[in-house]
Design a protein around this ligand. Structure first.
Ligand SMILES: [Zn+2]
Length: 127
């Protein structure tokens, strides 16, 4: 394993956390749009044609944006390289479910590691 300075670790941790947050926002935003879809279906007869069209547009555009956002972010997470070992952080032959630890060297980029000295970068900071 190579050496990892604290700034590199912090930048990698922030970038990886942003990617994971963006993925979950896109993923969970799509079911939230079902509220709009439910409003359309429940009040279909009572809604003005223009209002119904606007709500339907919000539903379709939001759903498509969520799908594209999930897909793009998923590929970005898959391409993310571990700052310590240089391998793809979440991609391993046994699985690619995102986790806070590198699948190859075990580097912890989770928010909990920031407060502890589990990461080699934070051990450097403690010195
Ligand atoms: Zn690694």
């Amino acid at each position: 394993m190579g050496n990892l300075d604290a700034n590199t670790w912090i930048e990698a941790e922030q970038y990886y956390t942003r990617l994971r947050r963006r993925y979950w926002r896109c993923f969970l935003g799509m079911p939230a749009l079902f509220v709009v879809g439910a409003l359309i279906s429940v009040f279909e007869d009572k809604l003005n044609r223009i209002v119904r069209g606007a709500l339907l547009s919000v539903f379709v555009v939001g759903w498509c944006a969520g799908c594209v956002g999930c897909l793009v972010t998923w590929f970005a997470i898959g391409r993310f390289r571990c700052p310590l070992c240089g391998k793809r952080f979440i991609v391993a032959w046994w699985g690619s479910w995102p986790s806070d630890r590198c699948k190859h060297c075990g580097l912890d980029l989770g928010p909990a590691a920031r407060g502890s000295a589990k990461s080699p970068a934070l051990a450097d900071l403690a010195e």
